[in-house]
Design a protein around this ligand. Sequence first.
Ligand code: KIV
Length: 462
Amino acid sequence: MAICFVSSKPNPLGPAVAAVAGSNRAISRPRSLTLQSNRPNAIFSSAVSQHGGASSPRSFTARCSLVSRPEYFPSHISDPGYVRIFDTTLRDGEQSPGATMTSNEKLATAHLLSCLGVDIIEAGFPASSPDDLEAVRSIAIEVGNKPAEDGHLPVICGLARCNKKDIDAAWEAVRHARRPRVHTFIATSEIHMHHKLRKSREEVVRIAREMVGYAKSLGCQDIEFSPEDAGRSDHEFLYHVLEEVIKAGATTLNIPDTVGYTLPDEFGQLISDIKTNTKGIENVVISTHCQNDLGLATANTLAGARAGARQLEVTVNGIGERAGNASLEEVVMAIRCRNQILEGLHTGINTKYIHSASKMVAEYSGLNVQPHKAIVGANAFAHESGIHQDGMLKFKGTYEIISPDDIGLFRSNESGIVLGKLSGRHALKSKLTELGYDISGKELDDIFKRFKDIAEKKKACN
Ligand code: KIV
């Protein structure tokens, strides 16, 4: 078995691991996955006073309190600052070239996403294959009926194009969950309507309205609608389509920047214009779905949240079509770290599971995380240059705005020091102390010189 847990404490990932046990792919892969267990009541954030970004008394208080999550109603969020996290790792993420997961891997990931506290799990695209329908159905049955340790029960969502066959498949897959959602979409940009759909504006509006109504007629009370390629759609037309689907019963309106084309100000303005100009918008939740083609997915998502979106669509490690999606860890940690500038926005994510989720998704999708990836990259909490190491040894807030244990990463080396040719005497001394050697003065000078000689030739000296 390629999975080991580094803790003797009760393991919150029990169900996820049980599900993985049946996965041939996980067993046959040589790479090993080490998941570190979190504290039993990990919903409490740790107080890390040495980290500048989060060390002010105000943020300290906020971070030590229980994550509060308002009661779930599809079309309304009672807490104006609460932002729903919609995870689409298992749908858009799985659409990354080469990232297909087995049903067992999808189920294990869904269990972990539930522990992580995501509000909505988009589990797949049931009409795409009988296997995907089955995978979504088992997630709906198992994850969608089993509250996580803290009582949280995620919504289970299935994607459908705007046609009856897709909507039937999505509803058949998700209806077993206590909170089922159907997410249906049709393109609204001229370029997509003309070249791909070959349909007029009137036809698109009619289909959107009828298919949202159709999902409702099946008994679905939680319906998300996306005007695909909204980022390049005509605004007036967009308001019109959105008004029609609200009347037909949509409860969440998702605004996708499908090709990652918009800039943050522009995307924020789009959300704000939709809020101002769409009749009935106050009765639904506005959502964002930002692709990363220009590397702006996280920035656009945050701009959307600032403009009033209260559901953000993201994936673990930012995987997804082409250049990927807004990454869950970046969006969630930005909201948490810059909470004051973001006017008190907050999520229900238990960030202690971020590191485990990142490892699991990388393992199952086969998509490795680049070392310098924000939050979850191997270097995100590592320091090699002498100046930085000296700062870190004196006060961690000098070079870290987040504490690694906030994302469930427990460094073997407290200060994240990596010895290399740029390291200084202070870091070497600290490493020697860690190894049990109390060395100073001339002896330290001598070792430091020999260390530098080796470091010139080797990449790392740990
Ligand atoms: O990128 C996109 O437009 C989508 C929609 C289905 C939300 O994935």
